[in-house]
Write a protein that binds this ligand. Structure first.
Ligand code: ATP
Length: 403
C-alpha cells in the first residue's frame, strides 16, 4: 500500500498545493493521501500574526475536501516542539509497517532536505516525490535526485506537470488588499474571511455574491444603489471606499427575516431588543444584521457599527457610519420622498447638514404615520442640529415643493 504524505506550513493552503498533490495522486495512485500541517515548522519561522496551528489544520481540511481521497492529518499539531518530518514518518511507520511512504515536496524542499533533522532516517523510510514549484527547474531537480540517490539511496519520483506559481507568502500579502482569492479554494477563502485571518478583507465581487443570497431579489437593487452611493460619498469625504462598499453590501443582510427569525437571531447573538425594536421590525434588522455580518463574514468592528447604526443613526457617528446611514437613505433607487433631493445634494456639500435633514424628515414621517419614534433617532437629530449651530451653519430649509 502506498501512502502519500504532504507536509508544510499551509499558511494558508493554496491552489499551488492542491495542483501539486493532485498531480502526485494521478501519477502515484496512493491508497491514502495525508496533508500534514506542521505545528512548529522547523525549516522556516511562521510569519508574525499567523493563525493558530488548529486554524491551519482546519484550513488544510477544507483544502483536502477539494481532492478526492485526501485528508488532513493533525499528527504534527498534537506534538510538542519542532515538527520534524522524521518523527512524523516514525509514527506512520509504526501504524503502517508495510506501506510505501512517499513524502511529497516542492523544489525548495528537495534542495534543502539534507539540512533537515535526520535526513538519513527520512530517506530510508520514505520515497520522495517532487513537483516543481516553477517551470524550468527540472534539471536542477534531476541533479539533486541523482545526488540523493547516491548519498542516501533515496528513491525520488520526479513528477511532471504545469506548476501554479504561487506561495503562501504571496497570498498573505494579497489578502489585506482584497486580492488573492484566485489562489485559494472556496472553503479556505470563506474561512479566512470569516475569521479575518492575515488581516484579510473580502473581495467585493465575492462578498456581493454571498451577501445577496440573503436578500429578497427585490432588495438587491437597493443594496447595489447603497453601495454605489456609499462609495461616492467615501470618495467625496476621504473615507475608505472599500470599507464603505463592504458595509453597504452587508447592511440589509437580515432584512428579509420574519419577526420570529429576527428574535431567534437576537437570542443567538445575545441581543436584547428594546421596546421600540420589539414593536417595529424595521429597527431590529440593523442589530441582527450587524451581528450576522460579524459572525458570518468576519466584518470588523468599524463596519459592524456602520451596519448597527444605519437605521436610527447615533450621536457623533464615525465618518463611515454617517456615510452608510446616508447612502441607505438617498441611494438612486429610493422612491421619491419629501426632501430626498435636498438631502442628496447636501450629502456632497455638508455631511452633518445632510444627516440632520435626513433625520428631521424621518421624524416628521414617523409622526405623520403615528409610529413610535426610537429615541436614538431623536437624540441623533438633536446632536447634529447642535453640531450645525456650533459650526455656525444653518440647517437646510425643507423646500416647500418637496413637502
Ligand atoms: P510560504 O510562502 O509561507 O513559505 P509555501 O507557499 O512555500 O509557504 P508551504 O506550506 O511552506 O507553502 O509548502 C508546503 C509544501 O508545498 C512544500 O514542499 C513546498 O515546496 C510545496 N509548495 C508550495 N507552493 C507550491 C506550489 N505553488 N507548487 C508546488 N509545490 C508547492
Amino acid at each position: 500500500m502506498r501512502i502519500l504524505i504532504y507536509g508544510g506550513s499551509f499558511n494558508p493552503p493554496h491552489l499551488g498545493h492542491i495542483r501539486s498533490v493532485q498531480t502526485a495522486i494521478d501519477a502515484l495512485q496512493p491508497a491514502m493521501t495525508l496533508l500534514v500541517p506542521a505545528a512548529v515548522p522547523p525549516h522556516k519561522a511562521l510569519a508574525s500574526g499567523s493563525p493558530t496551528a488548529e486554524q491551519r489544520l482546519e484550513m488544510t481540511a477544507l483544502a483536502a475536501v477539494e481532492i478526492p481521497g485526501c485528508e488532513a492529518s493533525g499528527i504534527e499539531i498534537g506534538r510538542e516542539g519542532p515538527s520534524y518530518t522524521a518523527d512524523t514518518l516514525r509514527e506512520l511507520r509504526e501504524q503502517y509497517p508495510d506501506a510505501e511512504l512517499i513524502f511529497l515536496m516542492g523544489t525548495d524542499m528537495l534542495l534543502s532536505i539534507e539540512s533537515w533533522h535526520d535526513p538519513v532516517y527520512i530517506m530510508a523510510q520514505a520515497s520522495l516525490a517532487v513537483f516543481a514549484r516553477e517551470s524550468g527547474r527540472e534539471q536542477e531537480i534531476a541533479a539533486q535526485a541523482v545526488c540523493l540517490r547516491r548519498k542516501y539511496g533515496a528513491r525520488v519520483y520526479q513528477l511532471t506537470g504545469q506548476p501554479l506559481e504561487v506561495s503562501s507568502t504571496q497570498v498573505r500579502s494579497l489578502l489585506p488588499r482584497r486580492q488573492g482569492r484566485e489562489y485559494l479554494c472556496e472553503g479556505v477563502y470563506a474561512y479566512i474571511i470569516r475569521h479575518r485571518l492575515y488581516e484579510a478583507k473580502p473581495d467585493l465581487a465575492w462578498l456581493r455574491e454571498r451577501a445577496y443570497a440573503y436578500l429578497k431579489p427585490t432588495r438587491v437593487e437597493h443594496v447595489r444603489g447603497a453601495e454605489t452611493m456609499a462609495r461616492a460619498l467615501a470618495e467625496r469625504w476621504g473615507a475608505d471606499s472599500g470599507d464603505a462598499a463592504e458595509a453597504a453590501i452587508l447592511h440589509d443582510c437580515t432584512k428579509k427575516l420574519t419577526r420570529d427569525e429576527q428574535l431567534r437571531m437576537c437570542e443567538k447573538y445575545d441581543i436584547i431588543p428594546d421596546k421600540w425594536e420589539l414593536e417595529n421590525d424595521r429597527l431590529l434588522h440593523a442589530r441582527t444584521g450587524a451581528a450576522f455580518a460579524a459572525d458570518g463574514f468576519g466584518a470588523p468592528e468599524h463596519i459592524v457599527n456602520a451596519i448597527r447604526w444605519h437605521t436610527t443613526g447615533r450621536p457623533d457617528m464615525t465618518l463611515l457610519e454617517q456615510i452608510v446611514f446616508l447612502a441607505d437613505a438617498i441611494e438612486e433607487s429610493r422612491k421619491p420622498y419629501p426632501a430626498l433631493e435636498a438631502i442628496r445634494k447636501a450629502a456632497f456639500i455638508d455631511l452633518d447638514a445632510a444627516t440632520e435633514l435626513c433625520l428631521r424628515r424621518t421624524l416628521a414621517f414617523l409622526e405623520e404615520q403615528g409610529e413610535p419614534i426610537h429615541p436614538d433617532t431623536a437624540r441623533t437629530r438633536e446632536y447634529y442640529l447642535k453640531k450645525l449651530e456650533e459650526k455656525g451653519a444653518s440647517p437646510i430649509p425643507w423646500a416647500a415643493q418637496e413637502k
